[in-house]
Ligand binder design. Sequence first.
Ligand SMILES: Nc1ncnc2c1ncn2[C@@H]1O[C@H](COP(=O)(O)OP(=O)(O)OP(=O)(O)O)[C@@H](O)[C@H]1O
Ligand SMILES: [Mg+2]
Length: 254
Amino acid sequence: MNPPAALDIKGLTKRYGDGTLALDDLDLEVPDGSFFGLLGPNGAGKTTLIGAVCNLVRPTSGEIRVFGNPGGGMMARRMIGIAEQEPNLDKFLTVYETLLYHGGYYGMGREEAGERAEQMIDAFDLRNKRDVEAPKLSGGMRRRLLLARALLHRPNLVILDEPTAGVDLELRHELWSYIRVLHEQGTTILLTTHYLEEAEALCDEIALISGGKIVARDTAAGLKVSHGAETLEQVYLKTVAGGRIALAEEAARA
Ligand SMILES: Nc1ncnc2c1ncn2[C@@H]1O[C@H](COP(=O)(O)OP(=O)(O)OP(=O)(O)O)[C@@H](O)[C@H]1O
Ligand SMILES: [Mg+2]
């Protein structure tokens, strides 16, 4: 029998209370060990999808499995590390405490969590902010802390929702080399980003999402061939951004 996929999503639908249909009967399988990119325009449903996987958003219908375990359950939750698009840090906790308590929450002993917290502080270059509360960090530092926290409990599936938005060039390079090593060690990575070059360089598979549905899925090279495009940007414009580009062209002609 094949090992279970890191993520197996079937018929996932999310309709928010105000009637917005954010996910529309969506199917997606993310293979174990892959570096997977989820690309799509603002409002396509990426964050909602991630929220549903991480039990932050309650699906209207559909099924989610995380390495074969039911989504939302204890096993699934422990196997996932998430860095959300909007930094959600406790404003009363220092960098060290944020990491320490996260470890505790994910079942680590105090000593292990403390050691791991110190490791992550070094890995994400937060040593001189160790005892500073989150609101006193710069925006980029907050993002570093968010990532350090996501990785602290050694999750099998790491989900990064636009991790490099607002991050300086140096951290981007550091972050990607760190994530690449994690991936080489067997961790599955699910990434959303609006930087298409970044996705192309990093991801071994890419899914394009639009209007709450997956509209294309392949390697970057495969997507280019099947869409007769030279760049991933052209594929993106031809698929998910089609409507808006047509509108812009119409406006330009008027
Ligand atoms: N809590 C909410 N209540 C109502 N509608 C919501 C809520 N959260 C998101 N939506 C709507 O669901 C749709 C999908 O939003 P989502 O945040 O998943 O998009 P996204 O692909 O992550 O976009 P972005 O690239 O801007 O981050 C949008 O129309 C959005 O306005
Ligand atoms: Mg989003």
